[in-house]
Design a protein around this ligand. Structure first.
Ligand code: PLP
Length: 396
């Protein structure tokens, strides 16, 4: 009989010649389970999604309850749909006064598209500044602001008027001027291999944007929702963006993205022409209900408060001569190794031993360590022991 794996290869589009081909039957908490019921500790949270763990019962209940009331009713922004309203209100209660208007979309890339369009509309300017080694998504607009030529060269022409500056280099901030519509930047760079900027850099960036009337867009798609030890990563730097972009963990495991701004800035999507951004499924009621339930879990279980302690434990355990550097903030960490080849061997061995990890798009010699925030001390010790064992094995 033809296997599911073969059907997957036959009928599900692939984007590499070497997909992982792991096959899971269910997921719960920090673990994914294969057909033999072997648990795999998800040390990457499905790439930044499962901050509260997989299949949280409160999220499942919220999904069931909402699905029974209604699913899709209308394209985004016309009907008053309780799950969207309640979720936006909850986010507003956690955000500063400049960020009170939320536009829900379907994904991170769509949120980036919306944010870039909004900045162009509000400022009447066309120039965009982004960072080298950035990743903001895979659609044409988001690809245009990706700071790595290798992945976008085949898709030109892309958006014009985009300039790339070096992340965390204050000198480059002088390139922001009165013709710049926006600076789009990850608060902490993810796919660059987890790069945490300096406080002074972020504050100068904020000042320079304010002085030139440029909108500051912070992409927190990978780092919001408590991952860094604060609900939003910008809180570490004493700044507030003009537009905040989120997705991934926002939906508690369901697909949703958002760009959030002031009521005034967001208002520019309403005129000349009307309908500045249109999305059919954006803010799907079931996803909003799941997102709100997930956010309540994050708050009720006081998961963010535990992040710093867990980071310390992990950093203390991840000590090995093969580790060149450990970077990150909270539970978005990485260890840098000598090469991609070595990293890949170690990653494959970790997976064989039941710990799922990965490398980064623009930094292939670094290993991704970003577990669900619910990970326990014992599970951290278990995961680190597997990593150290794999490092030992290939260092011999
Ligand atoms: N921005 C950042 C920082 C990301 O890490 C990602 C995805 O990895 C995106 C944007 C794109 O999000 P999505 O895959 O939901 O389109």
């Amino acid at each position: 009989m033809i296997t599911l794996r073969q059907l997957f290869l036959n009928h599900n589009a692939q984007t590499t010649h070497f997909p992982l081909l792991l096959e899971f039957e269910r997921a719960k908490g920090v673990y994914l389970y294969d057909k033999e019921n072997k648990p795999y500790l998800d040390l990457i949270s499905g790439i930044g999604v499962s901050n509260i763990g997989h299949s949280h019962p409160k999220v499942i209940n919220a999904i069931k309850e909402q699905a029974e009331k209604y699913m899709h009713l209308m394209v985004y922004g016309e009907y008053v749909q309780a799950p969207q309203v309640k979720f936006a209100e909850k986010l507003a209660s956690l955000l500063p006064s400049q960020l009170q208007s939320t536009y829900f979309v379907n994904s991170g890339a769509e949120a980036v598209e919306g944010a870039l369009k909004l900045a162009k509309r509000y400022t009447g300017r066309a120039n965009i500044i982004a960072c080298k080694n950035s990743y903001h998504g895979s659609t044409h607009g988001a690809l245009s602001v990706m700071g790595n030529e290798e992945y976008k060269q085949a898709y030109r022409p892309l958006l014009p008027g985009i300039q790339f500056i070096e992340f965390n280099n204050p000198v480059d901030l002088e390139q922001i001027n009165t013709e710049t519509a926006c600076v789009l930047i990850e608060t902490i760079q993810g796919e660059a291999g987890i790069r945490v900027p300096d406080m002074a850099y972020m504050q100068t960036l904020r000042e320079r944007c304010t002085q030139t009337g440029t909108l500051l867009i912070l992409d927190e798609i990978q780092v919001a929702m408590g991952r860094t030890g604060k609900m939003f990563a910008f809180e570490h730097f004493g700044i507030v963006p003009d537009i905040l972009v989120m997705a991934k963990a926002l939906g508690g495991g369901m697909p949703i993205g958002a760009f959030i701004s002031s009521t005034e800035i967001m208002g520019s999507l309403k005129e000349n022409p009307i309908l500045g951004h249109i999305t059919t499924f954006g803010g799907h009621p079931v996803c909003c209900a799941a997102g709100l339930a997930g956010l309540e879990v994050l708050l009720d279980e006081q998961l963010i408060e535990q992040v710093e302690q867990k980071e310390k434990l992990m950093r203390g355990l991840l000590v090995h001569p093969a580790i060149r550097e450990t970077r990150g903030k909270g539970l978005i960490l990485t260890i840098e190794l000598e090469s991609f080849e070595f990293n890949k061997q170690v990653i494959d061995r970790c997976i064989e031993h039941g710990v799922i990890t990965d490398w980064f798009l623009h930094c292939s010699n670094s290993m991704r360590i970003a577990p669900p925030l619910i990970i326990t001390e014992a599970q951290i010790r278990q995961a680190c022991a597997v990593i150290l064992g794999a490092l030992d094995f290939y260092s011999r």
